[in-house]
Design a binder for this molecule. Sequence first.
Ligand SMILES: [Zn+2]
Length: 300
Amino acid sequence: MRPIVFAIAALAAAPAYAQQDLSKAEVRVEKIAPGVAVLFGAGGNIGLSYGPDGNIIVDDQYAPMSDRILAAVATVDPDPVRFVVNTHWHGDHTGGNEAMGSRGAVILAHSNVRTRMSSEQFIAAMGSKVPASPAGALPVVTFEDGVTLHLNGDTLHVVHVAHAHTDGDSLVHWQKANVLHMGDTFFHKASFPFIDLSSGGSIDGLIAAADKGLAWSNAATRIIPGHGPVASRSELAAYRAMLADVRSKVAAGIAAKRTLPQIQATKPAGGYGMPEGFIKPDQFVAFVHESLTKKPKHRH
Ligand SMILES: [Zn+2]
């Protein structure tokens, strides 16, 4: 019966995150570096590159937010959105694709983003079926390892990190502006991270993604998480340490032949001061446990 109890607990947690009242959601703009802003609204944080070559956005939240997102972009730079980069396929990061694409934006993402958006998906942890996206919402430029954009006097490195939050995650690094968008490989001051195992995510990939982010950043880097406020490198380092710590405690429990409920009872995710949010400590422990006990499905 345990898996059923867990699924219900996950479902109960979902509405606060996935079913916000979008009609009232406002988009707030925060300029964080020359030529770079973050748009906070409903759904994943949007990175914006602006300047003489036009606007590039990283993620585009939910479809009903599109007009408000475009209005917010226009307050920074009146030019159209030329490119959209999706950090992964989840609807709170790709919901605006169709609206952006219909206005002429070119949508780029890892090939697994297009593959997953092209057919119905089931997010097991949320118990939610996600229908296939319309053709106009699909990324039209896909890549395997990454792609680089040379725009607005900067170099934007879009690099795939395998089997982290999903199997199609990318990080975006503004080389000159010293900004890093981590997508949902980093939940900051929001809750424990969501590892979407049914979309190919894994704890080891999540740790590797944090390591990649750390390797690209220094004390001055502004780090945009998928959810939560802009972070520093030391905050990303603390997050990485938490991931590794919980992983090692859960792995020790598995090695000692303890069941998941027995491991959860020892509170491996306790004591990190994480706010009560979308993913509860026991759910995160369950993600780590499943990740360490089930082989990931590779899609390449
Ligand atoms: Zn996500």
